[in-house]
Design a protein around this ligand. Structure first.
Ligand code: 4AD
Ligand code: MG
Length: 478
């Protein structure tokens, strides 16, 4: 029943006739006598003498209306079998539409079903929950919501490259497999080829990782920063954009075990320059989405988050606020709020605190800088007070942290002290230390969580719904 049947004459024809994407058909400036469309049936409605089929090919949110005359050959055997979800090929004329809300429609001259779909096709009607759609992640890109999300994701990836390339940043591919824990949080996935049950052992009974594939323990990277610094200290301004992995067992709407991160790194740059780039970058991406994903964003503002467009425009219009960690803690403690996690100087801010600062206190994105040294990794530059480091986090309304960055410690002796403090073996990071031995420079960078940025731009509230296939604790389906 689900056999694919593309008649030979049809395949022949397609060689000479070029496919038109629905997006281009809907934006046509003139009618056309012959047009070829390929896509999936969203809906079909039969009248006496016609069938109306909405064909969507994912090139844009909207589908195009196809009108199939009952006089077409095989009307009963093909068109009336074109159920929701079936893949079809339509040849016809592009004509001005008589219907409301669309400029063009297609009058079919030939109509073929490539792959049938029956009543068990799960995307029959609108109004499925996000949770249900997550369970059918192989079909959800065919829904309006997820088509829109993944078109925006694609455009944002392009805009990210454009932003940096325009500014002469060099794109660097940092490794996925690494032996170092950049963030020092121990949230690493190990990569090993050792035998599960009988790994080689040392004399004391511990596993002998010298016999593992890489001759030492290896992991999936949590960040490309350390390798990024190597390249910044040679090519001046660089960025990475790739997948990163964290084995943190937090089942929240903002954490994924596999997520994509964009990490610029700039030589001859301090924390101020770093914060400015972060602000310019976030605004650039929002502006780009407003311009190039207008229809999809309007869809989100109608069906996902009514405040979306107002919020995005508000963010574009104003400078972001800046405030030190010390000031932030004072603000939180003077707020009169009952925190689930009370917070004092020296504590990590929780999501509730970050969101209060951005949503209620400043009511706009805010960059918090100069965090306690004890909270942050070994590579951050120590301030003259000896207690704080040149770290910065960008917090946005609705999400909290989307960017984490810092000025890096460029002074050899201070870096060595920091490493000792964090119980790191200098020998393991000899190359990182070397950068401070030979031609060291002040430098800074940050990491933007791609999915968190997408949540901000689309208003979609769960990270699982802005990445094609989410990896979270307990789930690695598809
Ligand atoms: O703040 P993080 O841990 O910073 C770093 O990794 C630095 N090495 C970056 C740098 O300076 N080059 O992570 C950066 C950003 C966070 O602000 C957040 O947006 C995102 O990465 N992020 C996550 N996104 C989804 N799921 C997770 N589990 C995430 N952990 C961090
Ligand atoms: Mg962080």
């Amino acid at each position: 029943m689900f056999a694919t049947r593309v008649p030979a004459r049809f395949v022949q024809r397609q060689k000479t006739m070029q496919r038109t994407l629905v997006k281009d058909a809907l934006n046509a400036t003139a009618p056309s006598d012959a047009i070829l469309l390929q896509g999936w049936v969203r809906t079909r409605r039969d009248a006496k003498a016609f069938s109306f089929i909405e064909l969507n090919d994912g090139s844009c949110l909207k589908g195009i209306q196809v009108i199939a005359d009952a006089g077409l050959p095989d009307y009963a055997t093909t068109i009336q079998k074109a159920h929701t979800g079936a893949s079809i090929v339509v040849e016809g004329k592009l004509v001005p539409s008589k219907g409301q809300g669309q400029q063009w429609e297609v009058v079919a001259t030939s109509f073929q079903i490539v792959g049938e779909a029956d009543a068990t096709y799960p995307l029959q009607k609108k109004g499925h929950t996000h949770e249900f759609l997550r369970e059918i992640a192989h079909l959800r890109p065919r829904s309006n919501l997820f088509g829109a999300v993944f078109r925006v994701r694609s455009r944002m990836a392009f805009a990210i490259h454009e932003f940096f390339q325009k500014r002469s940043f060099v794109y660097v591919h940092t490794p996925i497999i690494t032996a170092s824990d950049c963030e020092g949080a121990g949230e690493l996935f190990r990569v090993t080829t050792l035998h599960e049950k009988q790994p080689p052992l040392n004399e004391d009974g511990t596993v002998d990782f010298k016999k593992d594939f890489f001759g030492k323990k290896a992991y999936l990277t949590v960040s490309g920063q350390l390798e990024g610094e190597i390249f910044a200290c040679a090519l001046s301004n660089i960025y990475t954009f790739g997948p990163t992995f964290r084995a943190e067992n937090s089942n929240t709407s903002r954490h994924a075990a596999e997520f994509w991160m964009i990490e610029p790194e700039m030589a001859f740059c301090d924390i101020e320059g770093d914060m400015s780039l972060a602000e310019e970058f976030v605004k650039y991406l929002i502006r780009d989405a407003r311009e190039h994903c207008a229809a999809d964003l309007e869809f989100f503002s109608k069906f996902v988050d009514k405040e979306l467009l107002t919020r995005l425009d508000f963010v574009l219009e104003r400078p972001f606020k800046r405030c030190s960690y010390t000031e932030a803690i004072e603000i939180l403690n003077k707020s009169g709020k009952q925190w689930e996690h009370p917070v004092q100087w020296g504590d990590n801010m929780q999501s509730e605190h970050e969101r209060y600062l951005a949503e209620e206190h400043f009511k706009c994105p805010v960059t918090v800088y100069d965090y306690p040294r004890t909270l942050k990794p070994f590579y951050m530059r120590v301030n003259d007070d000896g207690k704080t480091v040149r770290a910065m986090d960008l917090l946005v309304p609705g999400i909290g942290e989307i960017i984490g960055g810092s000025q890096r410690e460029e002074r050899l002796e201070v870096l060595r002290e920091n490493m000792a403090h964090h119980h790191l073996n200098e020998k393991d990071y000899w190359w990182y230390v070397d950068l401070r031995r030979y031609g060291t420079v002040p430098h800074a960078g940050f990491g933007l969580g791609f999915e968190r940025m997408l949540m901000f731009v689309t208003g979609v509230g769960n990270i699982r719904d802005v990445i094609p296939f989410a990896r979270t604790p307990g789930t690695a389906d598809f």
